[in-house]
Design a protein around this ligand. Structure first.
Ligand SMILES: Nc1ncnc2c1ncn2[C@@H]1O[C@H](COP(=O)(O)OP(=O)(O)O)[C@@H](O)[C@H]1O
Ligand code: SF4
Ligand SMILES: [Mg+2]
Length: 343
């Protein structure tokens, strides 16, 4: 992670209090309900959580690709001095791909079946840079294919001629074509077999290192994430409940929901039972008061049912939204589960 000399990392993207709702006849689904995070220069931030917790909505929201019945209700999305939510449509289109690129969920299946891979990459470059000579374009595209480890012959191929892993790498080539500062990859390694997942993950790591790009990697495979990301944001029902350095989060998860997620990672040594069986239990149109997780939390206390916990840095690089952690006079946090009360 890059630092500015004072050892504080520099944020390339800051998302503050982002709220995105979907209108339905029975009320608004609060898919993203006050999300805050920063992405630092040169890092990979993992965004994890069960299906339906709002990961894709948040990603689409950052690029303002939300379409009705969805709408961005509130928030601020900053890249440097610019609040993306205040840009005009034209200004925003200029930033997409050049500053901020999204590989959407299912991107590899959305490639245009009637266009060769080279034509699809050409389209992205042309939209932003105008017409280029055929030779220049070809050289650039072949270079991009090389970056993502695809052979030259892919240049003239159609998507149906490529394996899943190759298509996914073609999507990465498209995302890096205009050298963006930030790439958001939504479930780019999902729906691939384990070996191919690793190849795609390695491609992303290589691209990140070589181009110095910052990435948000969305997924639900905690094992794969553990090997790739620098920090991890854990999302539950539209909220980020924990955001921590990857080693801290695996060694010492702070939020009870993070603990559940980690316990559900099948270990090679001991086959642990999958503890997450329920999914999000409340109606997303009517989230419970207090802590969003209190209906499923094994440690629920009275105050959890009424008071929403603020996210606090309970340990260095570990921010958790949970009433289990209380700040002491010396500034340190204590886990109330460790307090022994005298009978
Ligand atoms: N077009 C839509 N209309 C109504 N609800 C939606 C729509 N798209 C997504 N949702 C709801 O928003 C929530 C978050 O969905 P999504 O962002 O796709 O989650 P994830 O990517 O984490 O699986 C879910 O409850 C989902 O049902
Ligand atoms: S605030 Fe309470 S209900 Fe929520 S995660 Fe912490 S202990 Fe559980
Ligand atoms: Mg999704």
């Amino acid at each position: 992670m890059a630092t500015n000399g004072n050892e504080s990392p520099k944020a390339v993207l800051e998302v503050n209090n982002l709220k995105i709702y979907y209108e339905t006849p029975k009320g608004d689904v609060k898919a993203v309900d006050g999300v805050d995070f920063s992405l630092y220069e040169g890092e990979i931030l993992g965004l994890v959580g069960e299906s339906g917790c709002g990961k894709s909505t948040a990603a689409m929201g950052v690029l303002q690709l939300i379409v009705p019945p969805g709408r961005i209700v509130a928030g601020e999305i900053r890249m440097g001095d610019v609040d993306l939510l205040k840009l005009t449509g034209t200004e925003l289109r200029k930033m997409r791909w050049t500053r901020l690129a999204l590989i959407p969920q299912g991107a590899m299946n959305s490639l245009n079946p009637t266009m060769r891979i080279s034509e699809q990459i050409t389209d992205v470059i042309r939209q932003h840079e105008g017409k280029r000579s055929k030779d220049e374009m070809k050289t650039r595209i072949l270079e991009l294919l090389q970056w993502v480890g695809l052979p030259e012959r892919i240049y003239n191929m159609y998507p149906h001629e490529l394996s899943g892993g190759m298509k996914q790498r073609a999507c990465i080539a498209m995302a890096i074509a205009l050298n963006p500062a930030v790439i958001i990859a939504d479930e780019s390694t999902s729906a691939l077999d384990v070996v191919v997942q690793r190849v795609v993950a390695q491609t992303m790591l290589k691209v990140k290192k070589a181009m110095g790009v910052s990435m948000i990697m969305i997924g639900h495979d905690m094992g794969l994430m553990a090997q790739m990301v620098d920090r991890m944001a854990v999302m539950y029902a539209g909220n980020i409940v924990e955001i921590s350095g990857v080693e801290d989060i695996f060694k010492n998860p702070g939020h009870p929901y993070t603990e559940l997620l980690i316990d559900s990672v099948p270990s090679l040594k001991e086959r642990k039972p999958l503890k997450i069986t329920e999914g999000i239990t409340h109606d997303p149109r009517n989230p419970p008061p207090g802590c969003i997780f209190h209906l499923r939390c094994p440690f629920v206390m009275d105050r959890c049912r009424t008071e929403e916990p603020a996210r606090q840095e309970i340990r260095p690089r570990q921010e958790v939204a949970c009433h289990l952690y209380e700040k002491q006079e010396d500034g340190n946090y204590i886990d109330v589960r460790t307090i022994v009360t005298n009978p």
